[in-house]
Design a protein around this ligand. Structure first.
Ligand code: PMP
Length: 449
């Protein structure tokens, strides 16, 4: 048999990966199968998929119900266009279902194939919304530093991590980044947002994009009153509030959508990942009745924005079955309850280890921040490589996780599938604890190992 690792090096350019690491060390694991919270690689090593692959496999691996639905739909009507007002039942039913699940007043859906397309669509739709009301000057987009919104044209620039802009150019015009409330207060973050709006003037600003919980930035949970304050700012200055629910949607934070934790209703939400639990690509933008009314009443005719796969029938059928499973198996409640156990486990690890600083979680998304000295808050210097060391120790112990080292932070992120059981949470915590204490010992800062 041909060596898959060699073929990988030769032919596969990986997304958001170190090409140098791939070429020198080879792929970290070549995954072969999945079942529940576990994935197994080609060497038959089993791992807890502690980030639900890319924060998306919400209902866990190996759910044959989704495969069956996809197969049925493909046999019946694999694809049909939704352009030029053609339509089909799976997309109609999914749009209705999503309208029922999203907060009141958000009832019309534009479909895409993923998060980046959703955010690019939301940028264009928000500018279009102002343009057809004779306010074409309102086109600037504000988002937050450390935010992640994708890698398509606009979503790269909404993202608040400069490495993504620099990869092939620079930040596009008309995109601005305000302070995130991470390690700060609502007051300071709102002050930064407000002074930006005052400086640019509100008549140039179309929308503010915020993740309810910043995921790729390091699982940054906002202070209790932050999102409400953003809502007030948007109302005051007549700016659209767009919540990026790509990670937080469909149960991840212990509520169906992340914004519900703060009782704040945005003007639009973008979603992807959890809508199909990653079994097939799908995403979208759900907009408020007000935006929908403006589109209906002020439109000049054709909406010149659409992807071939907007509302793909097979993806829509899979999404409907996925949502049915989330509801039938009470996975949102499970996320909340197991999330509390995950948090307690993190607290226990913090007590055991001198290199664990802050720990946090909301539902089944959480983080452990590593520090040289948690008592004084002294950070690790980048040369220590503490995060990759723990990620590797976790990999050896059969846990797939994700590290964030951006801007000097050392954050371990966790977001296991929403089907995780109490016993599996305990097993995960025990492996994380063992990996962290092992690295702490290796670094010679151990008192407890
Ligand atoms: N928004 C958020 C909050 C995300 O986490 C991601 C992906 N990690 C995206 C948008 C982009 O989604 P995709 O990779 O499906 O384009």
């Amino acid at each position: 048999m041909e060596d898959l690792f060699e073929l990988d090096k030769k032919h596969f350019i990986h997304p958001t990966s170190s090409i140098i690491q791939q070429q020198t060390d080879g792929a970290k694991s070549i995954m072969a199968k999945g079942d529940g919270i576990y994935v197994t690689d080609t060497n038959n090593k089993e791992y807890i998929d502690a980030v639900s692959s890319l924060w998306n496999v919400n209902i866990g691996h190996g759910r044959t119900e989704l495969a069956e639905v996809a197969s049925e739909q493909m046999k019946k009507l694999a694809f049909s266009s939704a352009f030029s007002t053609f339509s089909h039942e799976p997309a109609i039913r999914l749009a209705k279902k999503i309208s029922e699940l999203t907060p009141q007043g958000l009832n019309a859906v534009f479909f895409t194939s993923g998060g980046s397309e959703s955010n690019d669509s939301a940028v264009k739709l928000s500018r279009h919304y102002w343009k057809i009301q004779n306010k074409a000057s309102k086109r600037k987009i504000i988002s937050l530093k450390r935010g992640y919104h994708g890698v398509a044209a606009a979503s790269t620039s909404i993202t608040g991590i400069p490495e993504f802009w620099d990869m092939a150019g620079h930040l596009m015009n008309d995109f601005l980044h305000a302070e995130t409330p991470y390690r700060s207060t609502t007051e300071k973050a709102i002050e930064s947002l407000q002074s930006m709006i005052e400086q640019e003037t509100a008549d140039t600003i179309a929308a503010i994009f915020v993740e309810p919980v910043q995921g790729a930035g390091g699982v940054l949970i906002p202070p209790a009153d932050y999102l409400e304050a953003v809502r007030e700012i948007c109302d005051f200055y007549n700016i659209l509030f767009i919540a990026d629910e790509v990670i937080t949607g469909f149960g991840r934070t212990g509520t169906m959508f992340g914004m519900e934790n703060w009782n704040v209703v945005p003007d639009a939400m973008t979603f992807a990942k959890g809508v199909t639990s990653g079994y097939i690509p799908m995403g979208g933008v759900v907009v408020s009745d007000h935006i929908h009314t403006v589109l209906k009443e002020k439109s000049k005719g054709t909406l010149f924005h659409g992807f071939t796969y907007s509302g793909h029938p097979t993806a829509a059928a899979v999404a409907l079955k996925n949502i049915e499973i989330i509801e039938k198996e009470s996975l949102v409640t499970n996320a909340k309850e197991r999330g509390l156990e995950l948090q307690n486990g993190f607290q226990k690890i913090k007590k055991e280890s001198s290199i664990v600083g802050e720990v946090r979680a909301i539902g089944l998304i959480g983080a452990i921040e590593l520090m040289q000295d948690s008592a004084t808050g002294q950070p690790f210097t980048p040369d220590v490589g503490v995060t990759p060391a723990v990620i590797n120790a976790l990999h050896e112990r059969g846990v797939i996780s994700r590290g964030v080292t951006y801007d000097g932070s050392n954050i371990l992120c966790f977001a296991p599938p929403l089907i995780i059981t109490k016993q599996e949470v305990n097993e995960l915590i025990s492996r994380i604890s063992d990996a962290i204490l092992f690295v702490q010992h290796q670094l010679g800062v151990s008192q407890n190992y």
